[in-house]
Design a protein around this ligand. Structure first.
Ligand code: SF4
Length: 293
């Protein structure tokens, strides 16, 4: 048997899939018994509160109603999406939304631009709004900046669902960029208001703000990175350095997952990204190693 097994802290209505996934991972690495691996699960692991809230909202309606439309993947985790689809969740895109009338549609944690709410109104769609409060607050701040005619720059990924929602607050006039390489310093206004997508790296955000200031741009830098992401940095670094190997479990499409995986990998180069049990490989381990999950 593994020498040590620390189970995650119990949480209110933690999606069963998460607990099941973690257990399956342990079952799957049956060779941990042969190799005498010491396996520890990070007790802070799990979905952020914004995603848990959206999943709980969807499940309540699915239990009552039998089906529910959701605009885009409810969470960037294929296993969890499959589980909810088996309960009646129907993932749709914008084209499908435009063809829908008189139905309930869930808005996921990433939030939506105003145009989605306008379309819902026209099509008599009842929106179940599970936009994360952190994202809604950011949307409001950007809208206020837009109303004040500030030059808005958003550090984020163009086309990402949250960014589409943020950009929508400015009638798509804000400038979205992924790094200094996307900015032409000679074309920048003297003064800009800088925001960030909630799941970007805090270090990179401040690095960009510093470089812009050094280039003579007056920057009103608004660190709008979600604390569920940025506060995890320090804890994850402490966690990752305690183990010979780290398995980082996340959906392959999750921006948050990518940022946090990189944090682990920087601290412990022996970190492996897995999104499903089959991704785990026996040859990653040597006998007697300590493995953090
Ligand atoms: S803003 Fe934070 S809490 Fe909300 S969905 Fe994004 S990562 Fe989760």
């Amino acid at each position: 048997m593994p020498k040590e097994l620390t189970l995650p802290r119990a949480r209110t209505k933690l999606p069963e899939i998460l607990a099941a996934s973690v257990k399956t991972i342990f079952d799957s690495i049956g060779y941990s018994i042969m190799l005498d691996l010491k396996v520890t699960i990070d007790d802070h692991s799990g979905f952020c509160f914004g995603v848990v809230y959206a999943i709980e909202m969807a499940e309540d309606i699915l239990d009552e109603h039998g089906y529910l439309y959701c605009l885009g993947d409810i969470v960037h985790n294929d296993e969890e999406v499959k589980r909810l689809e088996s309960k009646g969740l129907r993932i749709i895109d914008y084209q499908q939304l435009a063809q829908l009338y008189n139905e309930k549609v869930l808005i996921r944690a990433h939030g939506e631009p105003p145009s989605t709410y306008e379309l819902a109104l026209r099509n008599h769609i009842e929106l179940i709004d599970a936009s994360c409060p952190v994202v809604l607050k950011l949307q409001n701040r950007i809208r206020n900046s837009y109303d004040k005619q500030e030059n808005i720059f958003i550090y984020g990924k163009p086309g990402h669902a949250e960014v589409v929602g943020l950009l929508g607050q400015t009638h798509n006039e804000a400038y979205v960029f992924q790094g200094m390489e996307d900015l032409d310093l000679s074309q920048l206004p003297d003064k800009i208001t800088l925001y960030s997508q909630t799941t970007k790296s805090t270090d990179k955000f401040y690095e960009i703000a510093g470089k812009l200031a050094a280039a003579g741009v007056e920057v009103d830098a608004n660190d709008t990175i979600c604390r569920q992401v940025s506060n995890r940095d320090k804890e994850l670094r402490l966690f990752a350095r305690k183990f010979d190997k780290v398995i980082f479990v996340s959906g392959s499409k999750s921006s948050n997952g990518k940022v946090l995986f990189n944090v682990c990998k920087e601290t412990n180069p022996q970190t492996y990204f897995v999104s499903k049990v089959d991704d785990i490989r026996a040859d990653w381990y040597k006998g007697g190693e300590a493995v953090g999950v």
